[in-house]
Design a protein around this ligand. Structure first.
Ligand code: ADP
Length: 495
């Protein structure tokens, strides 16, 4: 009996395997961390073989420790840290270099060179991305440029490139499938999101041979079966999506204007914009959300660098609290922010300001200011920055959002969620399953295999845990005006 879906969630710091049942309930989870390598300032690497071995172990553990047989698993979905780049030898399966992680800045000079040559606009028009070292393209170029032999091998088709989804599927299938999906391909800076193809002009500009690139298939389709030695049966792989896009699907944001915000270290906001890509006026990213049933769905993506990290700073930098959870009680000890505004620009400001030199500030302090006011102002800062991103996205897309679905570690904070609802004047919905990323790719896999019939069926499974309705008696406009007036004082490049 096929009772379960196995979701593989290949994150930046750990490999996870999660089992969901037919009701979309999480049944079991296993997780293994892997090492982060920082060989130089601004460089971040992973060992691709360690990613594979930790992922394999997580898959084996989640089955064996919960007495689940491979024959009970209907299909596998894979979601992953995006942009991270692996290149390996097609014959031996050995990576020729460590994986260069999305956070890695070593190719910033390649990007400024492309910028100086005037290619930023072409790249943005074709890929929806802002020219940046974050994406895979220049990371591939860097690895291939390490020596002439490597480049020759790539051009001869002896090497393969993949993001982590591609790498894991290749390993799981013993080299049979070399594939990715459009949500991952759209983060490489090599994929044209309009024609839905690897773009020859971009490949030339970024100097990447087409031969090494994976086949781009749908996010939800039967790819083929795989079998690990310990399994009693083979399992079909039928879903792939990058982590943020998988979370959007797992939050059932299926239609234009539906939006999710993940409150982690930073905040990651993604809005479904429907069947056509929307070009942002605020350097927000245009990306492919998923491709399903022959239809491509696009999204706008914006992030706030400092989200839950602000609470970490209050804990570790100021010792104001001893755990992140304490912030809620402390903030509740006062009725309001007491006139305090906390500008959370601890690492500059992203969209819509794009001011890397902006600095953080706490303004409006008086002799009456208490710790609680700081705590409340900090929660307001997280919600205000998320509000700014969502409002800009709405302007870009010309679509009115309905409500906001939330996930991530800091969404457990009820006061933060209420503040978010008040400041956006929209209902905030927190789901029962907090593993929305894994659930999203489980849904994509299960739709392709027929485990679930259609999206309507998924809607009947999805449960909200709590809803935060905007409180009409709260004077949010004062908080917003004060924030806007004060943030303008710290902007260094106001244009
Ligand atoms: P990531 O995936 O980025 O590591 P998580 O989703 O695990 O992040 O969330 C952790 C972040 O959430 C931390 O920055 C932490 O400070 C913050 N956080 C956790 N619990 C709370 C809380 N109750 N209130 C506010 N922030 C919280």
């Amino acid at each position: 009996m096929k009772k379960y879906i196995l979701a593989i969630d290949a994150g930046t710091t750990s490999s996870r395997a999660i089992i969901f049942d037919k009701n979309g309930q999480e049944i079991a989870i296993a997780q293994h961390e892997f090492e982060q390598h920082f060989p130089k300032e601004g460089w971040v690497e992973h060992d691709p073989l360690e990613i594979w071995s930790s992922q394999k172990k997580a898959i084996e553990d989640v089955l064996s420790k919960n007495n689940i047989q491979a024959s009970e698993i209907d299909s596998i979905g894979i979601t992953n840290q995006r942009e991270t780049t692996v290149i390996w030898n097609k014959k031996t399966g050995i990576p020729i270099y460590n994986a260069i992680v999305w956070q890695d800045r070593r190719t910033a000079n390649i990007c400024s060179d492309l910028d100086q040559k005037g290619y930023a606009q072409t790249i943005q028009n074709k890929t929806g991305l802002v020219l940046d070292a974050y994406f895979s393209g220049t990371k591939i170029q860097w690895i291939l440029n390490q020596n002439i032999e490597t480049r020759k091998k790539a051009e001869a088709g002896e090497l393969l490139f993949g993001t982590i989804d591609t790498w894991l599927i290749w390993k799981l299938s013993n080299g049979k499938y070399h594939v990715t999906d459009p949500s991952n391909a759209s983060r490489t800076m090599l994929y044209n999101i309009h024609t839905l193809e690897w773009d020859n002009e971009l490949l030339e500009l970024i100097n990447v041979p087409k031969k090494i690139l994976p086949n781009v298939i749908s996010s939800s389709q039967k790819i083929g079966v795989v079998q690990l030695e310990s399994w009693d049966d083979e399992i079909m792989i039928s879903g792939i999506a990058g982590d943020q896009q998988a979370a959007l699907f797992g939050q059932l944001c299926f239609g234009p204007g539906e939006v999710k915000n993940t409150y982690g270290t930073g905040c990651f906001c993604v809005m479904n914009t429907g069947n056509s890509p929307v070009q942002s006026k605020n350097k927000m990213l245009t990306t492919i959300a998923w491709q399903l049933d022959g239809e491509t769905t696009y999204a706008l993506e914006g992030s706030v660098f400092i989200g839950g990290a602000l609470i970490q700073w209050l804990r570790d930098g100021l010792n104001l609290i001893s755990s992140a959870e304490e912030i809620e009680e402390l903030a509740k000890s006062v009725e309001s922010n007491g006139g305090v505004t906390f500008i959370s620009a601890l690492t500059g400001l992203g969209a819509p300001y794009w001011d890397p030199n902006a600095f953080g500030a706490i303004m409006g302090i008086t002799r009456g200011t208490q710790k609680g006011h700081l705590a409340r102002a900090a929660l307001e800062a997280i919600a205000m920055r998320s509000r700014e991103i969502i409002i800009e996205m709405q302007k870009d897309a010309g679509i009115q959002y309905q409500d906001l679905k939330v996930d991530g570690g800091a969404c457990k904070n009820n006061l933060l969620m209420q503040i978010q609802a008040d400041l956006l004047n929209t209902t905030v919905i927190r789901p029962k399953t907090t593993e929305t990323t894994a659930l999203g790719v489980a849904f994509l896999a299960g739709l392709a295999s027929g485990f679930w019939k259609n999206r309507k069926e998924l809607e009947s499974l999805w449960e909200k845990e709590r809803e935060f309705v905007p409180n009409k008696n709260i004077q949010s406009q004062n908080t917003i005006s004060l924030w806007q007036e004060r943030i303008s004082k710290i902007i260094t490049n106001e244009s």
